[in-house]
Design a protein around this ligand. Structure first.
Ligand code: ZN
Length: 234
């Protein structure tokens, strides 16, 4: 079945943090979205790989994505190597999306920065027929990038997610082992702090303010976006 968007995260909650609202909006509009988590998040201080898979599946259901698959790369050791590229290319060739979503760089988590380069280059090499994976070659024409935590530079565009903020937060609550859950026995980490949880809303509200809407999510492109003429004309 044709896939419109293949959304790639390094860890099972990256996409919800960075573009949960965009993913929910896409699914609500009828686009077919597939999530590819590169790792199972097994290096996380809280949660087990099994629990994180369950939480990720629940979050995927809330967002409405068609499939959520996992590449099984090592958490804490994602790298833009030939070996990891060859593990990502089959997903790009199998789903043949119109759009790829991947993490942006720079980012304080080395896996996020590595995943940026890995997905970008895997997509390029996926277009070369002499790399044989048993699939037809395919290069996704458009890649958008997102930050799971914090925008480090001015984004290329901001998507209005005002009607999808509740779904984004619900998808994040599904990752109960990772984020602030009052009364739970979590190890204290930055991600599990109340400050981090509150910052998710603040960040979306900030980008909303920048586009005069309640909530927004920021995206980056590799180059200028083509438009037919000036946006905003009616
Ligand atoms: Zn992450």
């Amino acid at each position: 079945m044709k896939t419109d968007v293949l959304a790639v995260g390094a860890h099972p909650d990256d996409l919800e943090l960075g573009v949960g609202g965009v993913l929910h909006k896409l699914c609500q509009r009828g686009y077919r979205v597939v999530i590819l988590d590169l790792t199972r998040g097994e290096m996380g201080t809280n949660g087990t790989p099994e629990l994180r898979l369950e939480e990720a599946a629940q979050a995927a259901k809330i967002l409405g994505v068609a499939e959520r698959v996992n590449a099984g790369l090592p958490d804490g050791a994602v790298a833009n190597t030939l070996e990891h590229q060859r593990k990502v290319i089959p997903y790009i060739r199998q789903y043949r999306p119109d759009i790829l979503l991947a993490t942006m760089t720079p980012d304080r988590h080395p896996d996020h920065a590595a995943a940026h380069a890995l997905v970008r280059d895997a997509n390029y090499f996926s277009g070369l027929g002499k790399i044989d994976t048993g699939h037809e070659r395919y290069r996704t024409p458009r890649v958008f990038y997102y930050h799971p935590y914090t925008e480090e530079t001015t984004p290329s565009l901001v998507v209005d997610i005002s009607d999808h903020m509740e779904a984004k937060m619900a998808s994040l609550r599904a990752h109960a082992s990772q984020f602030y859950t009052p009364g739970s026995a979590q190890e204290p980490t930055r991600i599990a702090s109340k400050e981090f949880w509150d910052s998710i809303q603040t960040r979306a509200a900030y980008w909303g303010t920048r586009i005069a809407r309640p909530y927004g999510e920021a995206l980056y492109t590799d180059g200028p976006l083509a438009v037919d003429l000036l946006p905003g004309l009616t």
